[in-house]
Design a protein around this ligand. Sequence first.
Ligand code: ATR
Length: 283
Amino acid sequence: MPEARYAVFGHPIAHSLSPRIHAAFARQTGIALQYTAIDAPPEAFADILAAFAAGGGRGGNVTMPLKEQAHALCASLTPRARAAQAVNTLTWRDGQWHGDNTDGAGLVRDLTGRHGLDLRGRRTLLLGAGGAARGVAGALLEAGVLELAVVNRTAARADALVDALGQPGRAYSRYWDDLANQGDFELIVNATSAARGTGAGAFNAPITLVNSRTVAVDINYGEAAIPFLAWARAAGCLRVVDGLGMLVEQAAEAFEAWHGVRPDTQPVYEELHAQHARLVTAD
Ligand code: ATR
């Protein structure tokens, strides 16, 4: 019987924090496990995942750009993974992969738990309609936001996301070019990948989106979160939050699903947050 193995799959994957997060959870809970980062170009992902299972792979996290592909490779899906059409957590059971999406739960837990925010009643603006946006949209509605306006560069994707949410009136799409006419929001979530990679320019949106209570959240972290959060600060948002806490919380959800133990995320978050702040300011 090969040793149980866990991994995060992505392309590129070298800078993923997931191996460190799962190693820290494992130390904390006394669970012995092997968790590595595996680079998987999209065209090779299916074969790499099959080889991983054959070699003792029992669980995987999936990140850019493989979440939709992981969704297609699963024998069964949780309702939230089916709704997102994207999988970030794979569990090997009965000779098959089973898919979940813990991104939305991770975001809501970070905002309501760590940051002490009450999401209920907030007019909410979601920027983006890709896999990441689909992963968090349903959880934001479930957390009780008043309404969810979805805006995306490609309008048809925002329409498709809103259709899939199935709450007409409460979740609706709007045009990016028409943002100045949408009033103000108490929660603005950036789920676009616009600032990932090098050479990203400044983020721009009308400051009329912001009121005195607005919390701005970027589900990216590190350098990829800088342009949107810089705009949010300049626009006068009350709080700005990056995606590091969400990353740790979605990892904890996966860890609990695999090992049956809920890790304490706060010390792991604090250590990464301290190091990350140093990394960002060092540049
Ligand atoms: P992810 O899994 O991270 O969501 P994705 O499915 O490729 O990745 O989606 C990327 C999201 O970022 C999309 O909403 C995309 O908008 P389009 O649907 O119009 O492509 C958005 N995005 C990427 N680059 C962008 C840019 N330069 N400006 C605005 N939105 C951008």
